[in-house]
Design a protein around this ligand. Structure first.
Ligand code: ZN
Length: 368
């Protein structure tokens, strides 16, 4: 058993490395509008020793008691992300967001179909197109209503895993089915193949200073899309790169009432992130954003931080500190999640979505 755990842990670490290599690091800002896949995070350092599997202990003779205790102490930590990352389908329970955006899970998740009349989901192999039904409904509404602004349809990035929870790679939040990433690349006017949805690069909205958007890429239609998303009463926050927030602040128009919800954050230069409020008892509500539109001192301070982050830093003396991927730092265990998340994890699954079932069918032609 101990050995099996070791392999599972080692396997998941490999998965982390592989996925991180293909993921943009959310804390890095590229200087040029770079395609997503081109921004590579350094290879994460191996997991700290303390987290490595304990050697199997012989449980015989007088030492049995002490050894058992010892083995228990050295038992590898089972991380919630390893368990939730394996769930293939949602828990067949009444829909409920449980806990906090960055420490929780999702019961009764609903899958957003791979492609609809005015949306397509990206990176399908990640299986993160699950959300609370209220979020899924809102995404469909935004996809449809944004057409009025000349936006042809949404390319939807990560929402949540089938049962929410922490993820093996990326995102601290997105755990309760109430967060969704939407690409700032307009949907093409055809249905992309599964391969294309896996491979197509997103477009950065930044110019080469990384402190402003590129006006050839970031257009009034982008402003209208983000404005529409932020204007829905259910949406409590929209996260964008500070340069995008600056562009929104400068965009013409008298109605600035929605701007306060749009918050600057690292990354988010090729997609924006919408977060809806807690729709049920059992999930935590975040405090409302206070009054002002966030276009003043807060934005200035963010842009200063971005500027500082772009300057090459002198190498600190001493041995190099190994890079540890953010996901490796987030070692949330099951005990740190709301107790209800154990029920979510152990509940029977809803049947996998039709899209997935189709993709899993070897070849329809040979099956007859
Ligand atoms: Zn996000």
């Amino acid at each position: 058993m101990q050995r099996t755990r070791t392999f599972i842990l080692a396997g998941s670490l490999l998965a982390v490395s592989a996925a991180n290599a293909a993921e943009p690091s959310s804390g890095t800002t590229v200087k040029v509008p770079a395609p997503v896949a081109a921004t590579r995070a350094p290879v994460p350092a191996p997991e700290p020793k303390s987290n490595a599997a304990a050697p199997a202990t012989a449980k015989t003779g007088d030492k049995k008691h002490a050894d058992t205790k010892d083995a228990k102490d050295k038992k590898p930590k089972i991380l919630a992300r390893d368990l939730f990352g394996k769930a293939k389908s949602a828990a067949d329970l009444t829909p409920r967001s449980i806990g906090w955006y960055a420490k929780g899970c999702l019961a009764g998740g609903v899958h957003l179909a791979d492609a609809g009349p005015d949306w397509q989901t990206m990176r399908p192999s990640r299986n993160r197109a699950w959300g609370h039904p209220k979020l899924i409904a809102l995404l469909k509404r935004l996809a449809s209503e944004a057409k009025q602004d000349g936006w042809p349809g949404l390319l939807v990035g990560d929402i949540s895993q089938p049962r929410g929870g922490p993820m093996l790679t990326g995102h601290a939040s997105h755990q309760v089915g109430l967060d969704a990433d939407i690409w700032l690349t307009p949907m093409p006017n055809r249905v992309l193949t599964r391969r294309e949805r896996e491979d197509i690069n997103a477009t950065s909205m930044l110019d080469k200073t990384s402190l402003s958007v590129d006006p050839k890429v970031f257009t009034p239609a982008h402003v209208a899309l983000i404005k529409r998303a932020a204007s829905y009463p259910q949406v409590e926050r929209v996260f964008v790169h500070p340069a995008i927030k600056k562009a929104l602040c400068e965009a013409p128009g008298k109605d600035r009432s929605w701007l306060y919800k749009v918050r600057p954050i690292w990354g988010h230069f090729y997609h924006f992130h919408i977060r809806i409020g807690c729709p049920n008892g059992g999930c935590e509500t975040q405090p409302a954003v206070k009054g002002e539109d966030g276009c003043g001192s807060e934005l200035k301070s963010w842009l200063k931080d971005i500027e500082a982050s772009l300057k090459p830093k002198p190498k600190p003396p001493g041995p190099e500190v190994p890079y540890v991927a953010p996901s490796a730092k987030r070692q949330i265990t099951m005990d740190q999640l709301p107790a209800e998340c154990k029920v979510v994890l152990s509940s029977p699954s809803v049947p996998p979505p039709a899209d997935e079932a189709m993709a899993a069918t070897p070849t329809a032609a040979t099956k007859k």
